[in-house]
Every structure is written in structure tokens, then in C-alpha cells.
Design a binder for this molecule. Structure first.
Ligand code: AMP
Ligand code: MG
Length: 303
């Protein structure tokens, strides 16, 4: 059920989280499906609701840096620097996990992905619940991520008791994920905080983990992900369109506006009954890297 985030509904949502139930909530990236990250049974419900493979770790959402540190055993200077500059915001830091975090949250890894979301409703929910909230995107595994409460209702309406409505997500694609326990640190998943941003703030060179075996370091990064049901193509600029009745979705030329609209455009086009849908490939520059990554996964073959 979609509800407005009134005082009463926020209290109810926090109570549901504390009691082991699932609550869908808005963040600035996409809507999340949240559970108490300290409660293994609650976390198991998240995997079941999404039909998500257990080998795919969940991001733990916290309301402040102290809560972040309470679920890690190591807080290197680079984590402090990045938290100071980018939190709350769309940056997930992978650090060595504390024993309070059940193995199920991290798919058995001894590291945990953490972030503070930049959304007042998400922050209020976590604060009131008083526990870290494990939350993947509130969709079925490998399908399009939700950027509105209605998207969540369509995908998981049966599975989740409460969907807090926060309007359309402002960033629109999933967070940048960085691994900080490794030396040197690496970008595991690109997002709207770019390699250039990370380099400017840390004064060091950052690499993207592209050629290393993903299975080991970032088990959730399947080639096909974030995908509409309609066959989806990523077209080179000026390339010929595929045959049949299809639609090339017009997108903004600015990366922030492009990301903010991407999933809602794909959701809508997916409902329109085309034989194919497509997006023209944006420039291959660092600010577009997160968007190009999602477009590639959305257009990857089934296997
Ligand atoms: P989602 O919540 O669906 O946006 O996906 C979260 C993604 O974050 C996972 O699929 C992983 O790629 C990444 N992630 C989360 N926790 C870890 C971790 N401990 N180690 C490496 N990658 C992680
Ligand atoms: Mg997801």
C-alpha cells in the first residue's frame, strides 16, 4: 500500500522495520526495499520478495557516520574523506564488516557496502527505526529499478506492507559503489558520482574494476540487469534502427537530467507495447560512465 510519509506513517514504518517486516522507501537514487540489517530473518525476506540470488550482497543504509562506523571494523582516512564530501549522497563504500552484520546481508563476504541516502524520508525512517537498514532496489531481481512509488507497487505490491511515497527519485540511477578495504581502492559500480569527482576529492588516481572477476569482488554485478521486458537496444549515434515497430526514446543531453529520467522513460516505453525500444549512446566520458553501465546491462542478452 502506498502511503504519504506523515508522522504516523513514519512511526509505523519504523516500527515495521524494527519488528522484522519490509518497508519500501524513497531515496535519491531509486526506491529501496528495506529491512532491519541486524535481523537475519528480516533480511531473508528481502531476498525472497525480490527473488534475488543469495550471492548478491545488500547495501546497508545508515543515518549518520557514527552508525556507519558501528557496522565496520576499519575506518580508513579515505572513508572519512569521502563521507565528509559525499554523504548523504549516492556513494556506497565497501569496508570490512563488523560481526553485528549477518552474513546474509553481505552474501558471505567479510565486507559491507554502506551509504547515507540523501533523502529526508529515508533518513527519518532510519533514525526512527534506530537500526541500519539493508535495502536493495525495490524491484524483482534483474528488472528495471523503481524511481516512483507506483513502480514499486507494480513490481512488489503483494510482497511489501508499506510503500512510503517520496515522489520521483532525483538522481535516478543506483549509487556509485567503491571498495575501500582494497589498496588501492577501486570503483566497483559507476554512478553519478564519477571517477573525476572521486579523484578531485581524494587527490589520487581511481581505477574501475572492469576486467577483474566480478563474481569474487562484486557478486551482484550481472551482465543483464536493470532491464525492461521489451527488447532494448543501445544505438551508436547515427546507427540504423532495428527492423519492426520500435521507439527510440529521446533523452536529455545533460547527464543529471538523463539519469533522473532514464528508468521512468524505460518503464513507460515498456508499457507501450513496442517490438523494441532504444536509446542513443551518450558520450564515453567519466560523467556518463554510470549511465552507460546501466544502458549496457539493460541491453545485454538474456544469458
Ligand atoms: P542494489 O542494492 O540492487 O543497488 O545492488 C547493490 C550492489 O552493491 C551489489 O549488487 C554489489 O554490486 C554492490 N555491493 C554491495 N555490498 C557489497 C560488498 N560487500 N562487496 C562488493 N560489492 C557490494
Ligand atoms: Mg537492484
Amino acid at each position: 500500500m502506498i502511503v504519504q510519509p506523515t508522522e504516523e506513517q513514519l512511526d509505523r514504518a519504523a516500527q515495521l522495520i524494527r519488528s522484522g517486516a519490509l518497508v519500501a522507501f524513497p531515496t535519491e537514487t531509486v526506491y529501496g526495499l528495506g529491512a532491519n540489517a541486524l535481523d537475519e530473518e528480516a533480511v531473508a525476506r528481502v531476498y525472497a520478495a525480490k527473488s534475488r540470488p543469495w550471492a548478491s550482497p545488500l547495501i546497508v543504509h545508515v543515518s549518520d557516520a557514527a552508525m556507519a562506523r558501528s557496522i565496520t571494523v576499519e575506518w580508513p582516512p579515505v572513508a572519512a574523506t569521502l563521507a565528509e564530501r559525499f554523504w548523504p549522497g549516492p556513494l556506497t563504500m565497501v569496508l570490512k564488516k563488523a560481526p553485528v552484520i549477518p552474513a546474509l546481508v553481505t552474501a558471505g563476504l567479510d565486507t559491507v557496502g554502506i551509504r547515507i541516502p540523501a533523502h529526508p524520508i529515508a533518513l527519518e525512517l532510519i533514525r526512527r527505526a534506530g537500526v541500519p537498514v539493508a535495502a536493495p532496489s525495490a524491484n524483482r531481481f534483474s528488472q528495471l529499478s523503481p524511481t516512483t512509488a507506483e513502480h514499486v507497487q507494480q513490481a512488489l505490491g503483494e510482497e511489501v506492507e508499506l510503500i512510503l511515497d517520496g515522489g520521483p527519485a532525483q538522481v535516478g540511477i543506483e549509487s556509485t559503489v567503491v571498495s575501500l578495504w582494497r589498496h588501492p581502492p577501486v570503483i566497483l559500480r559507476p554512478g553519478m558520482i564519477s571517477q573525476t569527482d572521486l579523484e578531485a576529492v581524494t587527490g589520487m588516481r581511481w581505477e574501475r574494476e572492469v576486467d577483474l572477476p566480478k563474481i569474487v569482488e562484486s557478486p551482484g554485478m550481472h551482465p543483464r540487469h536493470y532491464a525492461p521486458r521489451t527488447p532494448f537496444y543501445l544505438l551508436e549515434p547515427g546507427a540504423e534502427k532495428p527492423p519492426g515497430r520500435g521507439r527510440v526514446i529521446e533523452m536529455p543531453s545533460d547527464p543529471q537530467a538523463f539519469a533522473a529520467r532514464l528508468y521512468s522513460e524505460l518503464h513507460r516505453a515498456d508499457e507501450e507495447g513496442w517490438e523494441w525500444i532504444a536509446v542513443t549512446k551518450p558520450p564515453d566520458t567519466p560523467e556518463w560512465a554510470g549511465i552507460i553501465d546501466r544502458l549496457r546491462r539493460a541491453s545485454a542478452p538474456e544469458n
